[in-house]
Design a protein around this ligand. Structure first.
Ligand code: HEC
Ligand SMILES: [Cu+2]
Length: 357
């Protein structure tokens, strides 16, 4: 599946913050589970549309709990309706109280023991699923990715592959016969965030000074949308994560492109030199240059990403120019200052960034 097919299956990112406010965060994204762009079955992320083992397990558990509580509801509601009908006030009612039952050991035991048993069953089933997911050992074939939550974007590192990117996680699909799961190490650079891609796994908090782990094994290629699920400040809702699941060959291709050093095209030399002379390099890294900041997203292969600003804005040259001019106009509160460049300098820096494929 090529990148364009994934983009088509994901739909359009919100072009402006206004739309981000008007649409429900996730509903704003239409995404598909279809294998390729050709047959588009569009859907919003749903816990009922799992595509990876932990998400399947969560749906199964939800259905079991729903089943048990549904039966309880039917029994209680049924008995209530029966009592209301059967014992309603009738003509000729003498108004006396019905016989009262006091201190029946059998009845009291029954309504104490039965609910305890139900709760124990729910507890054991849940514990079984939690342990099955959390205690899965990491296999040697597993891909390792470190995800660092920032206000308000995701840093994504592949330590063994030497890749650093942002906001768009790429993983190979995992064939159940030959699983290649992805194990994610979750860390935070500032406040508590929460990693949540509903179709791939449960929520996991991303906590400063603590490392959490989670794994996914998506079984079909496609695009999946995730969202920070713990209020983390002004742009909490503008902290989306897009997961692209590739076939193994396509993932290898993507990884090779990301591993390549940043391009240094001759025709954007002026922009490159200007960029290196500005404070951009204190916050952003471009591999192979003097830019090695880690406060903002790595820009080495900026144009390989579909969005900028963590899913808020489509990645186009015009939007990059507008972003550098004043990030707050596109993502109010974003922790990048307006760089106050002259229009000419803006053009040069934009041309350089746009060359970073
Ligand atoms: C004080 C640190 C800081 C400086 C200086 C800074 N940036 Fe940023 N930049 C950020 C942060 C933080 C983000 C992520 C904002 C978000 O998504 O909420 C960002 C995002 C970006 C993005 C979007 C990247 C993406 O994948 O979402 C581009 C492009 C960018 N900056 C270019 C520049 C350029 C060019 C300069 C210099 C003219 C610059 N930045 C200076 C902190 C900085
Ligand atoms: Cu967050």
């Amino acid at each position: 599946m090529d990148q364009d097919a994934v983009k088509r299956t994901l739909g359009e990112p919100r072009s402006a913050y206004r739309r981000a406010l008007s649409a429900a965060t996730l509903a704003g994204f239409v995404i598909a589970t279809a294998a390729a762009g050709a047959d588009r079955t569009v859907q919003t992320p749903s816990i009922f549309g799992p595509a990876s083992t932990p998400a399947y397990a969560i749906r199964e558990l939800a259905l079991i709990v729903f089943g048990i509580t549904g039966v309880i509801f039917l029994v209680v509601a049924g008995l209530t309706v029966y009592a209301l009908m059967r014992f309603r006030r009738r003509r000729g009612d003498d108004g006396r109280e019905p016989p009262q039952v006091y201190g029946s050991l059998q009845i009291e035991l029954a309504w104490t023991v039965v609910p305890i048993l139900i709760v124990v069953v729910l507890f054991l089933v849940t514990a079984r699923y939690i342990f099955a997911i959390e205690w899965r050992p990491q296999s040697p074939q597993a891909l390792e990715v470190t995800i660092v939550g920032h206000q308000w974007w995701w840093e994504i590192r592949y330590p063994k592959l030497g890749i650093v990117t942002a906001n768009e996680l790429h993983v190979p699909m995992s064939d159940p016969a030959h699983p290649t799961p992805t194990f994610l190490t979750l860390q935070s650079a500032d406040v508590i965030h929460s990693f949540w891609v509903p179709q791939l796994a449960g929520k996991m908090d991303v906590i400063p000074n603590k490392t959490n782990r989670i794994w996914i094994d998506p079984q079909k290629p496609g695009g999946y949308v995730g969202q920070c699920a713990e209020y983390c400040g002004l742009q909490h809702a503008g902290m989306l994560l897009i997961v692209t699941v590739h076939s193994k060959e396509d993932f290898a291709k993507w990884a090779a492109e990301q591993q390549a050093p940043a391009r240094a095209d001759a025709e954007v030399r002026a922009g490159r030199e200007l960029f290196s002379s500005l404070s951009c390099i204190n916050c952003h890294a471009i591999r192979g240059t003097t830019a090695n900041g880690v406060f903002g997203p790595d820009l080495t292969h900026l144009m390989s990403r579909w969005t900028i600003g963590a899913g808020v804005i489509q990645n186009t040259p015009e939007n990059i120019r507008a972003w550098i001019d004043d990030p707050a106009s596109l993502k109010p509160g974003a922790l990048m200052p307006a760089m106050k460049l002259s229009p000419g300098d803006l053009d040069k820096v934009t041309a350089y960034l746009v060359s970073l494929r």
